[in-house]
Design a protein. Structure first.
Length: 211
């Protein structure tokens, strides 16, 4: 029998700043992923960030360090952001799911994609982050993030790089940087990823000009 995850909403404090949200998330038992992960990996970045980048979930290195995007995919993201002229220190980085889901193979912990139940269970944290940050632009890195923000039928393969208007912000979906690392032609995959981030940079420029 599959039991429904209770969800994170009961753990999210009202009227909290990012520091309080981050502290509260450490005690979240909204789904079973907390049982095996080292720790909660909450978002990081300035509260006045104009852009929020959302990934799928923390990886092995993020789980150990307690910070998002510090592993190989994060380093590739750093390189791509620098190439298009986006200051990583000025953006907020987070994930749709805040705990590392994995399977053990010998001494290695291999990433396992979170299921829809876990994404929905964790959604209260992402909602709280976005409500507090009120970004002008949200960048969804990969299908899990895009479907968490733009709905379960959204397909990155069909709509990557497209600017989507929502009630609260504009959103752009692209691939997760980890998929670039796995691509048969990594150079082409990286160039396509950078092209998507150039659209992000253009949108940020438009936002600044409109102020």
């Amino acid at each position: 029998m599959v039991t429904k995850a209770p969800g994170a909403a009961m753990y999210v404090p009202e009227n909290a700043d990012l520091t309080r949200l981050r502290q509260a998330a450490c005690d979240c038992h909204g789904c079973d992923l907390y049982r095996h992960a080292t720790q909660t990996v909450f978002g990081a970045g300035p509260q006045d960030a104009d852009v929020v980048l959302i990934g799928e979930q923390p990886g092995d290195q993020e789980d150990v360090a307690g910070h998002p995007f510090v592993g190989p995919a994060g380093r590739l993201l750093d390189r791509a952001l620098a190439e298009v002229g986006i200051d990583r220190d000025a953006v907020y980085l987070t994930n749709a799911v805040k705990h590392f889901k994995f399977v053990e193979r010998g001494k290695r912990r291999i990433h396992k994609q979170p299921g829809r139940t876990e994404v929905v269970a964790c959604s209260a944290w992402l909602d709280a982050e976005l409500d507090l940050l009120r970004p002008r632009l949200v960048v969804c890195l990969g299908a899990i993030a895009a479907q968490a923000v733009l709905g379960p039928t959204f397909k990155v393969s069909a709509r990557r790089g497209e600017v989507v208007e929502t009630a609260d912000f504009r959103a752009i979906a692209t691939v997760h940087p980890s998929s670039v690392l796995r691509a048969p032609d990594r150079t082409a995959a990286y160039e396509a990823f950078v092209d998507d981030l150039r659209i992000v940079r253009e949108q940020l420029g438009k936002s600044a000009a409109a102020r």
